[in-house]
Design a protein around this ligand. Structure first.
Ligand SMILES: [Zn+2]
Length: 191
């Protein structure tokens, strides 16, 4: 089967060093894969990033529904949707994949030995400039078969980053961001 269009950035998508040697420009290749570049199709998918507002001490700003005594939010709160803190949501393009210590999802049907715990992770990759925080949440919404969010929006899964890794390369500059989320800690919305 032959593709008529280019699936991935062309091989010469690199930077020329002073030595004349050509090297991969990871940041630019990553951006081409996620957003497309005219020659390459965009491979990212739409997700929502729930960004929590911080005060001047970099603490989350409490919603008025959060009880001072129990520190429990109200599930019915229309402002924070039960988070207890104020947030804003932004559409982002991301690429994600599953990783697992035992080979990931392909081994999910395998029986575990007593005492073993299966930890599947979902990794979301973001552009180098994304300022994702540990208190933020990554939300997968229902997409149609062409990749567009179904309207009205339907939340499918809410993830909380467990490890955020800024992947650096050229002179230590950030090339792209990985956010590792534990699959078993994710919240599936019932609807
Ligand atoms: Zn609230």
């Amino acid at each position: 089967m032959k593709f008529k269009r280019k699936l991935y950035p062309p091989k010469n998508h690199g930077v020329i060093r002073s030595s004349g040697k050509k090297e991969i420009d990871l940041r630019s290749n990553f951006q081409s894969i996620i957003f497309g570049d005219g020659e390459t199709l965009p491979h990212g998918k739409k997700i929502l990033l729930r960004v929590f507002r911080l005060d001047s001490n970099r603490k989350r700003i409490k919603c008025t529904c959060l009880s001072d005594l129990s520190l429990e939010p109200s599930d019915e709160c229309k402002f924070c949707l039960g988070e207890g803190y104020f947030w804003d949501e932004h559409w982002k393009d991301s690429y994600c994949s599953y990783v697992g210590a035992d080979g990931g999802l392909s081994n999910r049907t395998r029986m575990l030995k007593p005492g073993e715990i299966r930890t599947d992770y979902k990794v979301f990759y973001f552009e180098h400039s994304e300022e994702i925080k540990y208190c933020d949440k990554i939300i997968e919404v229902k997409l149609d078969s062409e990749g567009q969010p179904v309207v009205p929006y339907v939340i499918e899964t809410i993830y909380k980053p467990e490890t955020i890794s800024v992947n650096r390369s050229d002179y230590g500059r950030a090339e792209y961001i990985s956010a590792y989320c534990k699959e078993q800690d994710s919240i599936r919305e019932d609807y």
